[in-house]
Ligand binder design. Structure first.
Ligand code: ATP
Ligand code: MG
Length: 264
């Protein structure tokens, strides 16, 4: 009888556990230590914000995430606004992420989004929605969230027509509600793609915000902060938020070397 009850208890707690964790499949980030503190990986179909100051490892973590997918035949998209693609590929290769074979097999696509082009949003959203990508990286959202936009029409709040104008046409008075709409638009596209997405955000050194815009962190499923402890000559990674996941908030010691980010 006793053993029956304990069996029943086990089943019950397992059921509760699986409800909490949604029995969802996890998407490995490629950083073993990170996966192990978030229940095996990022929740499937989730958007994770990776924030940190310059040089903290945001792009490296993004490479690692896409590369991990490629290893198991998943396809990926890397959207970048900062640098030319060739430079990125060289940087990745130096760290041990050689994307060349996957590029040739069309398993991965790197796309430079030119922020000076008016149709950047259309280009980006079309790309996100076109490919049936398993993994998407947007590195970084910061220049996009700081671009001025205007709203053409809002019909019964149901259909938003967002257009981009350049800063000469629309002087820089990007206020919070407009910016929120802007970021929401990007996040909606990522959500609709049903991919596992990583979006990076540039934080000034010592910032207490979780993203540069102060909005993104509320619109995503997970937030990972990368940072430094210069006095200890240490790099840090903290998981501040992760949907359906019990996790520590404690900053973890990491290092960057060949192979990317590693817990130490
Ligand atoms: N081979 C390597 N070995 C050790 N550390 C490296 C290596 N390559 C790069 N790094 C470290 O990683 C940092 C760059 O990381 P990364 O490009 O991911 O930063 P980031 O957060 O994307 O920065 P930014 O905001 O400027 O784009 C370098 O500043 C350097 O400290
Ligand atoms: Mg970077």
């Amino acid at each position: 009888m006793g053993s029956h009850i304990s069996h029943w208890d086990d089943t019950l707690s397992e059921e509760i556990y699986s409800k909490q964790d949604g029995l969802m499949s996890r998407v490995k980030t490629g950083v073993e230590g990170l996966d192990s503190i978030i229940g095996g990986g990022l929740p499937e179909k989730s958007i994770t914000l990776v924030s940190g100051p310059p040089g903290s490892g945001k792009s490296i973590l993004s490479f690692q995430f896409l590369y991990e997918g490629i290893k198991s035949g998943e396809n990926g998209l890397f959207l970048t606004l900062d640098k030319k693609v060739n430079g990125l590929l060289t940087q990745a290769k130096k760290l041990g992420f050689d994307f060349q074979p996957a590029l040739e097999e069309k398993l991965v696509k790197f796309r430079f989004l030119n922020i000076n082009k008016k149709l950047i949003y259309e280009a980006m959203v079309n790309e996100i929605l076109s490919g049936g990508y398993d993994r998407i990286v947007l590195d970084s959202i910061t220049p996009l969230s700081e671009m001025p936009i205007y709203v053409n029409s809002v019909e019964n709040n149901s259909k938003l027509d967002i257009s981009i104008v350049n800063s000469e046409e629309f002087p820089s008075n990007t206020n919070l509600p407009v910016r929120r709409l802007h970021i929401q638009y990007i996040m909606n596209a990522l959500e609709a793609s049903e991919s596992a997405s990583v979006v990076t955000s540039e934080l000034p050194m010592g910032s207490s915000l979780l993203s540069r815009d102060g909005i993104s962190e509320f619109l995503v499923d997970g937030v990972i902060i990368l940072g430094f402890d210069p006095t200890m000559d240490r790099r840090k990674l903290s998981v501040m938020k992760m949907r359906n996941t019990k996790h520590t908030l404690k900053p973890q010691d990491i290092e960057i070397s060949e192979g990317g980010i590693r817990f130490i």
